[in-house]
Structure formats: structure tokens, C-alpha cells
Design a binder for this molecule. Structure first.
Ligand code: FES
Length: 127
């Protein structure tokens, strides 16, 4: 589907897309790297759990949310591919979020919720 013109090795970055090693030209978006790798499913719908993929490729639709270096909800179309980056398809669904979303949940304590967000903050998550 996508192919790059002649690449010069000194101008490429190597990253992992769902554990697949791939080299792309420096400056490529994570979404472009995913397309080159043939890994076009970015996430599962949090409601229907159906596969989703990038739609607008310009930061508007949020269909391209992926997990980057362990941080979820990153827009693959806006993030530049970096050396050693670990990109994974995001599999956050309504069911997997339920313990975090239910106000009176007995499955997770408020302290545990705070710990989850602290870890995400340390990794640089913006949300
Ligand atoms: S594809 Fe629309 S925001 Fe990334």
C-alpha cells in the first residue's frame, strides 16, 4: 500500500510495531511506519471492540490512538517515529476500563487509580 522512495540508511529510524522490527525514513509519522509494516489496525473500538484505523491522518478524528512506549492514547498520525520506539495496537475497551470507570467499584481502590495515573504521567502522557 505504501512504499518509500530510495532510503539512505543514515536517515532511517528503527522501531517496533506490535513486536515487528521496521525501518522508516527519519521524520515519518508512527502511522506511516504502521502502514509500511502492514499493521493498519491502531486500536479496538472501546464500545463495539471492532478494529479501527487512521482516518484523517491529520490529528482531527482520534481514530489512530495507539500505545507508544507503554503510554496509551497517543495519536499515531501526529507522533514522529523515533529510534527504539515500541508501538502497540491499543486494546482498551469498555470492559477493560470498567474497574476504573465505576465510581463505587470494589475491584480497585482509589489509591490504585492514583498509581495508574502516576505511572502514565511519569511516562509523559499528556492526558
Ligand atoms: S488519523 Fe485522525 S487523528 Fe490520527
Amino acid at each position: 500500500m505504501f512504499r518509500f522512495l530510495a532510503q539512505r540508511p543514515e536517515h532511517t529510524v528503527q522501531l517496533h510495531i506490535n513486536d515487528q522490527e521496521i525501518n522508516v525514513p527519519a521524520g515519518s509519522s508512527v502511522w506511516a511506519a504502521m502502514a509500511v509494516a502492514g499493521e493498519t489496525t491502531t486500536r479496538l473500538s472501546s464500545v463495539s471492540e471492532k478494529e479501527r484505523s487512521a482516518y484523517c491522518a491529520m490529528g482531527v478524528c482520534f481514530e489512530c490512538l495507539v500505545e507508544v512506549d507503554g503510554v496509551p492514547n497517543r495519536q499515531a498520525c501526529l507522533i514522529e517515529a523515533r529510534e527504539g520506539m515500541q508501538v502497540k495496537r491499543q486494546e482498551i475497551t469498555q470492559e477493560s476500563c470498567l474497574p476504573y470507570l465505576t465510581p463505587n467499584s470494589t475491584e480497585i481502590s482509589p489509591d490504585e487509580v492514583v498509581q495508574v495515573f502516576d505511572v502514565q504521567r511519569e511516562k509523559g502522557a499528556s492526558c
